[in-house]
Design a protein around this ligand. Sequence first.
Ligand SMILES: Nc1ncnc2c1ncn2[C@@H]1O[C@H](COP(=O)(O)OP(=O)(O)OP(=O)(O)O)[C@@H](O)[C@H]1O
Ligand SMILES: [Mg+2]
Length: 227
Amino acid sequence: MSAKQPIICLQDIEKTFLLGDLTIEVLKGVSLDIGAGEFVALRGVSGSGKSTLMHILGLLDRPTGGRYLLQGEDVAALPDDRLSALRNRLFGFIFQTFHLIPYLSALDNVMLPGLYGATPARQLRRRAQELLSQVGLADRLHFRPGQLSGGQQQRVAMARALLNDPQVLLADEPTGQLDSATSTEIIALLKTIHSQGRTVILVTHDAATAESAEREVLLHDGLVQNR
Ligand SMILES: Nc1ncnc2c1ncn2[C@@H]1O[C@H](COP(=O)(O)OP(=O)(O)OP(=O)(O)O)[C@@H](O)[C@H]1O
Ligand SMILES: [Mg+2]
């Protein structure tokens, strides 16, 4: 039982995709509380709906049923512009495939999420440099993704996710494509990010990786198996 105030409260969340005549029920009533400052692993086999749920959590997609209370506020009631403002302010994303822009340097990739805000470019650049140093890439600022190793690209993605100083970090299989030594380093970085007071949600299919979190949530058959 977490004594921490829930930042995220999902009540019977459903997500159904319609593909022509096909109805694909991916989430069938997911209920889940996540406290501010928790480090939670969201685990399930491939196709169990982890990324779908992560997109809903991060306000990148809306559920087809149920209620999502974010900091106590029902997000269904919010218009799209409020939703994107909330998304930018609260969430940092590390996507399953890194989603780095191939023709931009590491530094420019990290600065990207800030370009929509009011922060002056010089300040953004300084912060991006700082973040890249924190993830051990001070000597790779001007390398493009194709000139970086997989683990280094994942670090750039982490630095980018932190640019807007998010309260909640959503990491979708951040170690999925990495060797075990590099995975250990990435998990250590996630722990540091958590120790800075952020909520970390780590999506993984791997039981051993899930053990690095404080709590594991198991997704199976469209439902959370343990709460
Ligand atoms: N836009 C979509 N349209 C139709 N079906 C979709 C869509 N997005 C996801 N699905 C289906 O939802 C199911 C869950 O997909 P999801 O990507 O959430 O799984 P996952 O748990 O993240 O899997 P993995 O571990 O392989 O990344 C899959 O069966 C997938 O085909
Ligand atoms: Mg996925």
